[in-house]
Design a protein around this ligand. Sequence first.
Ligand SMILES: Nc1nc2c(ncn2[C@@H]2O[C@H](COP(=O)(O)OP(=O)(O)OP(=O)(O)O)[C@@H](O)[C@H]2O)c(=O)[nH]1
Ligand SMILES: [Mg+2]
Length: 273
Amino acid sequence: MKEVVLELRMKIDVGMIGMPNAGKSQLLQKISMARPEVANYPFTTTEPAPGVVTHGWKEFIIAELPGILPEANKSTSLGRSFLRHLWRARVVVHLLDGSVEEPTATITGVNTEVAAFEASFLQKPQVIVVNKIDLPEVRKRIPVLRRQLAHYGVARHFISAQTGEGVDELVEYLTKLLEETPPVPSPLPPPVVVPVLHQARPAEPQVVRDGQVFVVLSPQAERIVRLPDLRRFQARLQLRRQLARMGVTGALEKAGVQPGDTVRIGVVEMKWE
Ligand SMILES: Nc1nc2c(ncn2[C@@H]2O[C@H](COP(=O)(O)OP(=O)(O)OP(=O)(O)O)[C@@H](O)[C@H]2O)c(=O)[nH]1
Ligand SMILES: [Mg+2]
């Protein structure tokens, strides 16, 4: 007898991700008829909440996904299974709370959690949206944030989900972007029938030498290092943790890597620290 799990994936055009309390529900309320609860505490939304957004004659479906905490304990009852709804999303909105101490500090962390679920989700066009600009201290920060966000190479928007400032421009931008973004091909990878008893493990990472350079052969690791912002210490730390989890660090150590050596993973070269 074979046990199978059937996954239900919502048909959505835009997936909205971000830290808890960023204002995702507030934005969804502003741009659609959906009425998810808005509250000043984290994890108010525990199920994906979809809403239909209309712009002129066009419309699209946006869904708020529950808040994502970087490096959160995966054994919490929430888990990350809600991320499967991103399969069908063509565009990802990454909402930042402009009022927290360092609004951009969690971008890579949240993206890493998404990539840990499915690396190809990071290849979807991502729009970074800074929320809560109605607060004077957030408004003051806009020029600095604009500069900080420039090196992510993605579109940036500054809005107040509460007052609606910047929201029409965002909806217009998303409508245009969706027109340019092809639908996710069907049949959808991976197959919806997942055998439970024999879960395939990803292939062990291999390390080969190219002169002085240690070359890592691991499609999974190659996808992960394409994450933005490897210049930041925190991002590199997160990457190291992931490489360790995938067995890449072990394979490199077995191959004799030392701090200061050059390691190549896919198109990215780095000094081993
Ligand atoms: N000043 C201000 N506050 C906002 C804005 N948007 C949301 N908030 C407040 O931020 C808090 C969180 O808003 P939610 O919309 O519930 O946030 P969320 O991202 O859906 O949170 P979770 O579902 O818990 O992950 C609430 O107290 C909102 O009133 C905004 O544009 N300006
Ligand atoms: Mg919410």
